[in-house]
Design a protein around this ligand. Structure first.
Ligand code: MG
Length: 311
């Protein structure tokens, strides 16, 4: 039996709320924003059996990912992540080792990504819910939105796609050793790269739901269409084009810009196509001998094939 108070005490002991005027343990946290910056806020909800399963995802991976997903969203605005609130609801009979592992993973991600936990909330639930809300900062008017893509812009992807989806299928088939599994369990957001790329980007988004959905957000919000070349899409070794197009959770950056270098800070940046006119907001996928309209299937479609009927 796990009490909320015990959980809060545990969180309070674990995180120092560095830099906050009022940190964990009061009604609310009090933090400052660097002079001359705007606050950037986001949150991300992870639900057991929807986003993860205890069978396949160790608790430290759930903790790590809950932080990483928010860092990725802040980074995709061209902003700097700084502080977060962690809220969890867990079954009353949940083993304490799950909580300890979860906090280990969250603390490790906060260390790596330089984010401080300043508060949160807890409750009980039949399924595990983890909600992290994050605050970062960006210079006024400098946040990179989804709606700025212009006809003639190139479409760029950092790193490679499909690794997280491949890792998930490997996990579900019982493997624990494939390198892609790390990309599924402990994703590394490109927030520092986002910060570097932001001044040249007209639109930017992190690839969390899958290229087909996330590029769909850019074309819809920008009122344009897109042509991408199948051969140009950087696929993780072993991941097929379907995983790269729809798999999601890679937390790479999808960027539109007049021009970007092919490498930034040692990370490859691939040009996969260009923004074209068209208020139908279509994505045309160009193959060697064919052209198809790319449907925004994303990870739900992809996972429905890979997961058990109970999902
Ligand atoms: Mg996002």
């Amino acid at each position: 039996m796990y009490s909320e108070d015990a959980l809060v005490r545990k969180i309070r002991r674990r995180f120092s709320a560095a830099g906050a005027e009022v940190g964990i343990g009061d009604d609310a946290a009090v933090v400052d924003s660097p002079d001359g910056f705007r606050a950037v806020l986001c949150s991300d909800l992870l639900v057991e059996n929807t986003h993860f399963e205890r069978r396949t995802h160790p608790s430290d991976a759930v903790g790590f990912k809950s932080i990483a997903a928010n860092v990725s969203d802040i980074g995709a605005m061209g902003a700097v992540p700084a502080r977060c609130l962690i809220s969890v609801a867990v079954p009353a009979d949940l083993d304490e080792s799950w909580i300890d592992g979860f906090l280990d993973g969250a603390a490790e991600a906060c260390r790596v990504f330089e984010v401080a936990v300043v508060g949160g909330d807890s409750s009980s639930s039949e399924r595990i819910f983890v909600d992290v809300a994050m605050m970062g900062h960006v210079e006024p008017g400098r946040a990179v939105r989804r709606n700025g893509a212009r006809v003639g812009d190139g479409i760029y992807v950092t790193g490679c796609l499909g690794a997280a989806a491949l890792g998930l299928t490997r996990l579900e088939s019982g493997s624990r050793t494939d390198p892609a599994i790390r990309r599924q369990l402990y994703p590394e957001p490109r927030h520092r790269l986002g910060r570097r790329i932001a001044p040249r980007a007209t639109a930017m988004i992190d690839v969390s739901d899958g290229l087909s959905i996330d590029l769909g957000h850019i074309v819809t919000e920008s009122g344009v269409s897109a042509r991408i070349e199948r051969e140009s899409i950087p696929c993780h070794p072993g991941a097929g084009i379907e995983m790269a197009l729809h798999g999601g959770e890679d937390y790479e950056l999808l960027v539109t810009a007049a021009d970007l270098p092919s490498e930034v800070d040692g990370v490859s940046v691939a040009r996969i196509g260009e923004i074209i006119a068209g208020d139908s907001n279509r994505i045309v996928l160009v193959g060697e001998s064919d052209e198809v309209i790319l449907e925004p299937l994303g990870w739900r479609h992809f996972r429905s094939g890979a997961r058990r009927a109970s999902a």
